[in-house]
Ligand binder design. Sequence first.
Ligand code: PLP
Length: 438
Amino acid sequence: MTVFDKDTSAYWMPFTPNRAFKKNPRIIESAAGMYYTTKDGQQILDGCAGLWCVNAGHGNDKINGAIKSQVDKMTYSPAFQAGHSLAFEFAERLAQLFPGDLNHAFFTNSGSESVDTALKIARAYQKARGKPEKIKLIGREKGYHGVNFGGLSVGGIMPNRQAFGPLLSEVDHLPHTHDLSKNAFSEGQPTHGADKAERLLDLIALHGAHTIAAVIVEPMAGSAGVLVPPVGYLERLREICSAHDILLIFDEVITAFGRLGDSCAAARFNVQPDLITTAKGLTNGAVPMGAVMVSDRVHEAMMTGPENMIELFHGYTYSGHPLACAAGIATLDVYGQEDLFGRARDLAPYWQKAIHSLKRHDAVIDVRNIGLVGAIELQPREDKAGERAFEAYLKAFDAGLLIRTTADIIALSPPLIISEEQIDFITNTLDDILATIQ
Ligand code: PLP
């Protein structure tokens, strides 16, 4: 048990059972490369890249150096009606990185803000092109799009929503694609489930395409427990959206910047959305930042009206913050110089074999993976959902491994700098732990 001498009562921790945590706090003091060091001096291998964000590993010298030199130059410049050169440079770099004509970046400070920004842009776009009745937003069951009101409304994780209603009303949801009866232990994309995209046609029949602004999905759902898109599913969503004049938004807060072995899921699956939301790996988690990538078509439709009028009445004090831009540009340099997206792609077969070895345990009802992401789903205990996986979480932490759990799903998403030996450490540690969990 950690001896922690600070009063813990003032800090209301996010997405944490505060009272239980504070009885036995897990306090991290520093981080470098693949490892955290706790207050007690224990090394913890980071099996989740922080919260899916530290793709280049902790404390990268180049990223830290860029932030430090920007601190001495300028830590803030106003985001409205003035600009600084790093924001333009970073937007340009992102436009080059993302596929197709996603050539415009709107900067935010988080994934949640990116999602709400994208939903607002979708509605504003429809209005700007003379279709003000196209306002409905279609999300998906089990979707996680952050915690602000727009993202919660299109999101599909019940506990995140239930205390905060009423949410946006002009919203509907597609069914999720998680189907263990057909797809358990899939390696890479599951084969069954593309037909779930057809349900969009039912929603169109119900509401009318003339009322629908956009569909938003995570191309690979992360927070719900790594739900890999079935073969053909995203392609079919794209076809239906195009045929019915509906924008397609990919929420790539997790999947962009190498997680799937490519710049983003749109590139990995070769499906072109109209907008992409990002955050997390955008700055390697070093400075909070998000960005919405916007296609030429959507951007051009907004760049109308008198030239001296604001085109989008939206933005944040810290949009394009200088420290975040410095971190982001250096992060893209590191991803490129170290070929981390290629590294994730090359390591994916090793990773797949390693984590699928865990299927030998009775409690394991599914193992799934893509790129450098994996999930191990455990049979929930009767009337005690989540308990089994959380027991694994605590045991893993004690054994020097950070994992992430959602209900009874263990999610793994290590920094892309991980070695094969460190992958073995993850699977051997979990193998030992799962053997003790009844
Ligand atoms: N969208 C997706 C797909 C996410 O996974 C997350 C966070 O995990 C968010 C949005 C919200 O991001 P943030 O926590 O930075 O607001």
